[in-house]
Design a binder for this molecule. Structure first.
Ligand SMILES: [Zn+2]
Length: 321
């Protein structure tokens, strides 16, 4: 299938001067510590509100989207980063993906599957383990650079008490990079709008590539300091629309000096299209398609953005079997 531009971006209407929906890379002066901070406003709100998720589910999906935004923005080439969880919990599957194209903008989308019967057994405030059921669950990170390039996939168990815990384990196990991060997603109870934010710091190896990591006393002290300061951030600070990411980073690291790099802009955009779904339907047998027809119409719903496309049998069953 040829890859053409079928994306229907959803218009983001942020207030003038808004610094939401961006990832800010940074580096702490004199330390081998780099990081990223992210703030999501309308982007996460649109993705979560396209579905009628119970709040606890929306919250962890929002955290997964926040993680995906940070990880996707590390990509220096065009491609797609997908972060997916599979588990035996009340949320059997969650997925978020980030697509980067020539304009460098990150296109985010995501959705969660819910086992409603299971979810109802966990009460109003289900735990992370209840939602994601860590026993046999895993999180998979896939980086796909397009048809000719190799796909990379890393996998980690869903152990821990939050999406951030799982991500920390991922970086330690798959990339041997000490990483500390915070992710948060919350709903404004007055407006009903969702916001999300996050920050991560990573301890870089000082040795030559392929050599042993040098963790002498001084670099260990730096790393401890950088992570303690990162963890001192308050949830309100991660979400505050009045506090831009530069000011937040300055607040945390001004004593050491923090250098920020160009931000990556984020938008909510789904890659579904009528043509794409028509191709999918075209792979079914005519009898199967006939079973899907209701009142003369086949309704196909995009799981990501919840848009419904309508087809008639003649659109998709050109070759009678
Ligand atoms: Zn869609």
């Amino acid at each position: 299938m040829t890859e053409t531009d079928h994306t229907t971006p959803i218009v983001v209407s942020d207030p003038d001067g808004s610094r939401d929906n961006e990832v800010r890379p940074f580096q702490i002066e004199g330390m081998n510590v780099r990081g990223r901070a992210i703030r999501l406003g309308t982007v996460v709100d649109q993705i979560l509100r396209a579905h009628d998720y119970p709040d606890p589910v929306a919250r962890i999906l929002g955290e997964l989207l926040t993680l995906t935004g940070m990880l996707g923005s590390i990509m220096k080439f065009n491609g797609i980063v997908t972060v997916q969880t599979k588990s035996s919990g009340a949320v059997p599957m969650m997925v978020a993906d980030y697509e980067r194209r020539d304009d460098g903008v990150g296109r985010l989308r995501g959705y969660a599957d819910i086992d409603a019967a299971k979810l109802s057994t966990y009460g109003k405030n289900p735990s992370f383990k209840g939602l994601i059921g860590s026993k046999s669950g895993y999180l998979a990170l896939t980086i796909d650079q397009g048809s000719d390039m190799e796909r990379y996939q890393g996998i980690v168990d869903l152990t821990g008490d939050s999406v951030a815990d799982v991500a920390r384990n991922y970086f330690m196990n798959s990339e041997q990079t000490p990483t500390e991060l915070r992710l948060t997603c919350a709903k404004n109870e007055v407006t009903g709008h969702w916001r999300a934010g996050g920050i991560m710091v990573q301890h870089l190896a000082r040795g030559e590539e392929g050599q042993e990591r040098l963790l002498d006393a001084q670099t260990q002290e730096h790393w401890d300091r950088a992570s303690v300061l990162m963890h001192s951030v308050k949830i309100d600070e991660l979400l505050d629309p009045q506090l831009d990411l530069d000011s937040l980073l300055y607040r945390l690291y001004n004593e050491d000096g923090v250098r920020v790099f160009d931000p990556a802009r984020l938008v909510h955009a789904c890659r579904c299209s009528r043509e794409r779904l028509q191709n999918v339907l075209g792979q079914f047998e005519k009898a199967e398609l006939e079973d899907m027809v209701k009142d003369g119409i086949i309704d196909v719903n995009c799981q990501f953005c919840n848009q419904t496309y309508e087809f008639v049998l003649a659109d998709v069953a050109e070759n009678p079997s």
